[in-house]
Design a protein around this ligand. Sequence first.
Ligand code: PMP
Length: 345
Amino acid sequence: MSLTRPDLDALPAYVPGRSVPGAIKLASNEVPYGPLPGVVDAVAEAIAGVHRYPDMGVVALREKIASRLGVDADRVATGCGSVALFEHLFRVTCLPGDEAVYAWRSFEAYPIIGATTAATSVRVPNTADHGHDLDAMAAAITGRTRLVIVCNPNNPTGTAVRKAELDAFLDKVPDNIVVALDEAYREFVTDDTVPDGLVEYGDRPNVVVLRTLSKAWGLAGLRIGYLVGSPEVAAAVRKVVTPFSTSGAAQAAALAALAAEDEMRRRVGLVVAERERVLTAVRKVYPEVPETQSNFFWLPLGDKSADFAAKCEAAGVIVRAFQGDGVRVTIGTPEENDKFLAAVL
Ligand code: PMP
């Protein structure tokens, strides 16, 4: 007799990108340029007050996010990374037996969250070119569906759903089902036909947009993400959030980072330019690499994935292999990318 649920053994573990001393880490989709200006000082100041609980309402930050996005602060919830917000969203939408529909392969946290909340996961295989199959996802919706996730751009494949496709899909989803647009990598999108979920669908009450400060904004280590939805959904999420899980340091750092938007955009520009350069080089040898609108790309190498990752590691570059499926490589600095290219081409 085990002390924990018997089904945990079958649960896939979340695999973090490994940090190996001395090696280049291109495994976790971070931006390589360090914290944005102002962040370290803001955190130092916040640390002086760590004997007190932080503002549980996260008021200043929620107001700042809301004003940037042109929405009311009552539509915003923050969490300990957007991964935590996904957990909250599963909890506020799904009762036992209810279904959450999402593409697969996609962000590895969805099935883990799905398996330990009340939801039943319904995974819809990606198309042959590694993107969401929105027709099949629409067909997978049943009377029990309460949550649908569209990861745009998709982790780990980098592919993106276009506005016309998403318009048509959203029109098919009954308006009593929450559609979560996971836009963790939104800042790296350069194709104008890929919709900004808030701009295009912000007035649909059943659409929620989740973003993070972990990627383009350089705050992965402080764990802060946000959700924008209807006041009803945002309030429900704030209700179930683990109390004080957006730390004072995270709140201060996020405010400082958001004040450095120009520098964030400059860094994203560097990453995007490198993405194009690296992709052109990689595709000469691996033409099967799909398009990417993110700060990483996907090598669909099947059972050769582990060998490819081992070869990179032997050359001092850590990438992320998904056993038997593919390898995800994050764009780093030009020097880091050169080292990766030298290892594999
Ligand atoms: N969504 C996607 C698609 C992601 O790739 C990630 C991070 N890997 C997240 C959400 C969560 O990011 P965080 O918890 O760091 O905000």
